[in-house]
Write a protein that binds this ligand. Structure first.
Ligand SMILES: Cc1cc2nc3c(=O)[nH]c(=O)nc-3n(C[C@H](O)[C@H](O)[C@H](O)COP(=O)(O)OP(=O)(O)OC[C@H]3O[C@@H](n4cnc5c(N)ncnc54)[C@H](O)[C@@H]3O)c2cc1C
Length: 402
C-alpha cells in the first residue's frame, strides 16, 4: 500500500499551501485573545468568503451544490494546511458546510439548494444544529419538540439544548416530532428554520470559563413554512443520519496536530537541549504520529465514499471515536511537555493557554456528536455484528412510551 500522496494530491497541497500563505495571515486571530462573539462571527464570515473566492469552499460537496466536487483526501489536505493558521472557524460556519449543506443536498429540493447552498458557502449564512433536548441526547429519537401542520405552515413548540452558537446563527437545522402515534424513529420531520422567527427564545448557557458557546433554545408557537421542510414528512430520522455522518466524518483539522506538537517539543527547553531530545518523548510522538496518519487515511477513504454517493454507515463512528481519543491524548502530551508551568502559565504566555484550552476542549469532543460509549455500541452492532442492545421501545408508538 502506498501512503504517499499521488502527484495530483501533491500538486493540490502545493497550490493550497501557496494560496493560504497569500491569504490566511491577514485573517488570523491574535494569539490568546478572547474575542466578542459578534466580532468573531464577522471575522469567520470574512474568512469563509475568502475561502470561497479562492475556490476551496465545500471541497467534497458536489459541484451541483456549488462545492468543488473534490476528494476526501483533498479536503483533509486543505484542512491540514489551513490548521497551520489561527483562523476564525467556529461551528457557525462548520455546521453550515458539514451538516446543513449535505442534508439539503441529499434530501432537499432544487429550490432549497438554490436558497441556501451558495450563501452558506460564501459565509453569508451561519447555522446552528437544533437536535439535542433535555431527554434526548444519545437517544436522539426520544425528542419531544413537536410540530403540528397549520395550512402552509407548521407550528413548533418545545425545547432544544446545547445549541452551539445558536445566538449568532442565521438559520438552524431542526428535527421535531410530527407523529407521536408511530414508533419513535418514524414520527420525526426535518426543517430548516430562520432563527429570527417570532417565538424563538435563545438563552445562553454560561460555562465555567465565562464563555457561552451553547444555548437553550425554546420554541413557542413558532411558524415554519412547509417550504422549509427537508425531505418527506416522517423521514426526519434519515435526514438526521445524513447530518450525523457529516459531523463524524468532519472531525479533526483542529490545531494541535502532531506536526505542531513536534514543533512545540523542539521549542521546549529541557536540560541542555530540548524536549525532542528525550527518547520517551520521541517514542510518544512517533506513536501519536502513526495513529494520526492511520486515522487520517481512514477518514479520507470514508469521505471519498460519501462524495461518490456511497454510505460508510457506522464506519463513520470509528473516525470520530479515534479522533476524540487521539486529540485528548496529544493535548495531554502537550501539557506534559510544558511541565508544571502548564498549570499556571505566566501572564502573556498565549501558547500555553492555547494548550490548556485544547486539553479541556478535548474532553468535550468525547461527548459532542455522539458519546464514546454510544459510538462503541454502534461499531459493535453494525460493523462487528455483535448482538444489539435490548430496545424495549423499538416498535412501541411514541405516545405510549413511559
Ligand atoms: C461541545 C458540545 C457541543 C454540542 N453542540 C450541540 C449542538 O450544537 N446541537 C445539538 O443539538 N447538540 C449539541 N451537543 C449535544 C450532544 O449531541 C449531546 O451532548 C450528546 O449527544 C450526548 O447526549 P447527552 O449530553 O444528553 O448525554 P446522555 O445521552 O445523557 O449520555 C450520558 C452518558 O451516558 C452514556 N450513555 C448514554 N446512552 C448509552 C448507551 N445506550 N450505552 C452506553 N452508554 C450510554 C453516554 O455515553 C454518556 O457518557 C453538544 C455537546 C457538546 C459536548
Amino acid at each position: 500500500m502506498d501512503f504517499n500522496e499521488s502527484p495530483e494530491e501533491a500538486a493540490f497541497r502545493t497550490a493550497a499551501k501557496a494560496w493560504l500563505a497569500a491569504n490566511a495571515p491577514q485573517h488570523e486571530l491574535p494569539e490568546g485573545v478572547m474575542l466578542d462573539d459578534t466580532e468573531e462571527v464577522m471575522l469567520g464570515r470574512a474568512w469563509q468568503r475568502a475561502v470561497y473566492d479562492g475556490g476551496y469552499a465545500g471541497i467534497t460537496l458536489p459541484t451541483a451544490l456549488g462545492g468543488r466536487g473534490g476528494t476526501g483526501i483533498e479536503a483533509l489536505i486543505f484542512a491540514e494546511e489551513e490548521a497551520r493558521y489561527n483562523l476564525p472557524k467556529g461551528p457557525y460556519i462548520g455546521i453550515g458546510l458539514g451538516m446543513a449543506l449535505p442534508v439539503i443536498g441529499k434530501h432537499g429540493t432544487p429550490e432549497q439548494i438554490a436558497a441556501y447552498a451558495d450563501r452558506t458557502l460564501k459565509g453569508e449564512l451561519t447555522w446552528c444544529q437544533l437536535f439535542s433536548e433535555p431527554s434526548a441526547g444519545s437517544d436522539l429519537a426520544n425528542l419531544r419538540t413537536k410540530a403540528v401542520r397549520a395550512g402552509d405552515d407548521w407550528i413548533v413548540n418545545g425545547q432544544k439544548v446545547w445549541s452551539s452558537w445558536a445566538h449568532r446563527s442565521d438559520m438552524g437545522i431542526l428535527v421535531v416530532r410530527t407523529d407521536p402515534s408511530v414508533p419513535k424513529h418514524k414520527g420525526l420531520t426535518f426543517f430548516v428554520v430562520d432563527m429570527t422567527s417570532p417565538g424563538i427564545d435563545i438563552r445562553p448557557i454560561r460555562q465555567i470559563s465565562g464563555a457561552s458557546d451553547f444555548n437553550e433554545t425554546f420554541f413557542s408557537d413558532v411558524r415554519i413554512p412547509d417550504a422549509n421542510r427537508i425531505g418527506a414528512v416522517g423521514e426526519g430520522w434519515a435526514c438526521c443520519m445524513t447530518v450525523l455522518m457529516g459531523e463524524r466524518l468532519n472531525q479533526g483539522g483542529e490545531r494541535g496536530g502532531i506536526e505542531n506538537l513536534i514543533a512545540y517539543a523542539e521549542a521546549t527547553p529541557r536540560g541542555a537541549g530540548t524536549a525532542l531530545d528525550s527518547g520517551s518523548v520521541r517514542m510518544a510522538l512517533a506513536q501519536a504520529l502513526a495513529e494520526e496518519q492511520a486515522g487520517k487515511s481512514f477518514q479520507a477513504r470514508l469521505r471519498t465514499m460519501v462524495s461518490r454517493g456511497e454510505n460508510p454507515g457506522a464506519l463513520a463512528a470509528m473516525v470520530k471515536l479515534a479522533f476524540a481519543r487521539r486529540y485528548q491524548q496529544t493535548s495531554g502530551l502537550a501539557l506534559e511537555l510544558r511541565g508544571m508551568d502548564a498549570l499556571a502559565p505566566p501572564a502573556g504566555d498565549a501558547r500555553t493557554r492555547e494548550i490548556q484550552h485544547d486539553y479541556i476542549w478535548s474532553t468535550v469532543i468525547r461527548i459532542a456528536g455522539g458519546a464514546d460509549e454510544v459510538l462503541k455500541n454502534q461499531i459493535a452492532e453494525r460493523v462487528l455484528g455483535m448482538p444489539g442492545e435490548v430496545r424495549m421501545d423499538k416498535n412501541v408508538p411514541f405516545e405510549q412510551l413511559k
